[in-house]
Design a binder for this molecule. Structure first.
Ligand SMILES: [Zn+2]
Ligand SMILES: [Zn+2]
Length: 402
């Protein structure tokens, strides 16, 4: 493998500065105008890239590097969006946008992919094939990955394999983890509205009660996981918002719920989604209330191609050491719209360690105190460069396994 260490060290201060700048200016899904502008500015300063911007509703970008020798095409993907969370920190580069922050580390992902583009454009003469650097909007909400794919980022030239990483606070800096097969969940956010006539709290027999119906429904659906799905098939149904009522003595006319259904296997996900509807209908009927259920955008499950995951692990063992690579990290029920890429081409995602050696206070993803660990940036850039190079050189050996 090419030695990227010197090139990465040379650009690292600028990558860190970019990361801090993006952290200070977080933008939500499909509003990543400033972020996308920064990415474009950086990409345009590099020689040899064919850049397409304005994708996925406006902020998506893909830049293609044509290596000097013919060969396959590998795509590296980063996400750019932030979350609607008020940052709780004293960092000098704390979010300047009230109610928004990079609490999932996409500032780190974007900066590392810029770093990889800077390093790989310098060695295009030694790359047998093409590398696409893909910057997508709206990973957290709105399926930006799906729109990037719909806008053709996997075509012209056709992508043979795709790779992505996610910073992971549970894994030490300098380590990575991945796994072949199912890695992250299919997700389905839902809104439920239960309506009743409403009335006096002292006369509950004269009006159906939306709150009691909602409470019963929330309790009843726990049985879906416990009694309708194989205990060895992961599934989770969480109600994350309950909103109803005005005061002490009024039975309200409405109770609203928000929640999510998640599972690793598509069949289990479909069954659990359908059961939520059936339980809602049955509970509403028994309490004589009306109920409506609407599902939002469902992300597919992320399934890693076995050969692509093995390639990630090989590169990790070479760059980080065998003891710092886990190939059987447990799957989780988080969602990830890199799944839209992985549905269409052989792909693998890996977790990049962010845990500080001494940190007792590591804030998790989506926490108001989360901050991407800059010490992980060179490892992430090295992994992205190594994966791209290794894939292009060994593509013949990486036969798609599904
Ligand atoms: Zn997230
Ligand atoms: Zn994320």
């Amino acid at each position: 493998m090419l030695d990227f260490t010197g090139d990465i060290e040379a650009i690292l201060p600028e990558v860190v500065a970019l990361r801090h700048d993006l952290h200070a200016h977080p933008e939500l899904a499909y509003c990543e105008e400033r972020t996308s502008g920064k990415v474009l500015e950086q990409l345009r300063s590099l020689a040899g890239l064919e850049i397409q911007d304005g994708l996925a509703g406006g902020t998506g970008i893909v830049a293609t590097l044509n290596g000097d020798k013919p060969g396959p095409c590998v795509l590296l993907r980063a996400d750019m969006d932030a979350l609607p969370i008020e940052e709780d920190s004293a960092l000098p580069y704390k979010s300047q946008h009230a109610g928004k922050m990079h609490a999932c580390g996409h500032d780190g992902h974007t900066s590392m992919l810029i770093g990889a583009a800077r390093v790989l454009t310098r060695c295009a003469d030694r790359l047998p094939g093409k590398v696409k650097f893909c910057f997508q909007p709206a990973e957290e909400d709105g399926a930006g990955g799906e729109r990037m794919v719909a806008d053709g980022v996997l075509e012209n030239p056709r992508v043979d394999a795709a790779f992505a990483l996610h910073g992971w606070p549970d894994i030490p800096v300098g380590a990575i983890a991945t796994r072949p097969g199912p890695m992250l969940a299919a997700t389905a956010p839902f809104d439920i509205t239960i309506t009743a006539r409403g009335g006096h709290a002292a006369y509950p027999h004269r009006t159906p009660d939306a709150i009691v119906a909602a409470a019963q429904f929330i309790t009843n659906i726990q049985a879906i996981r416990a009694r309708f799905v194989d205990p060895f098939d992961p599934v989770v149904i969480s109600i994350c918002m309950v909103e109803a009522g005005y005061t002490y003595n009024v039975l309200p006319q409405r109770c609203a719920l928000k929640g999510t259904v998640r599972a690793l296997r598509p069949e289990v996900h479909a069954r659990a989604r359908a059961l939520v509807g059936e339980f809602l209908r049955a509970t509403a009927a028994s309490f004589e209330v009306e109920a409506e259920l609407a599902y939002g955008t469902c992300y597919p499950a992320l399934t890693n191609d076995a050969a692509c995951a093995a390639l990630v692990a090989d590169v990790g063992r070479e760059l980080l050491g065998a003891e710092r690579v886990s190939m059987d990290y447990p799957p989780g029920l988080g969602g990830e719209d890199f799944a839209y890429f992985a549905e269409r081409v052989p792909a693998a995602m890996f977790q990049l360690g962010l845990k500080r050696p001494s940190a007792a206070d590591v804030a998790g993803l989506h926490n108001p105190r989360f901050d991407f660990n800059d010490a992980a940036l060179p490892h992430g850039i090295g992994m992205l460069c190594g994966i791209a190079q290794r894939y292009l050189e060994h593509a013949g050996a990486v036969a798609p396994t599904r």
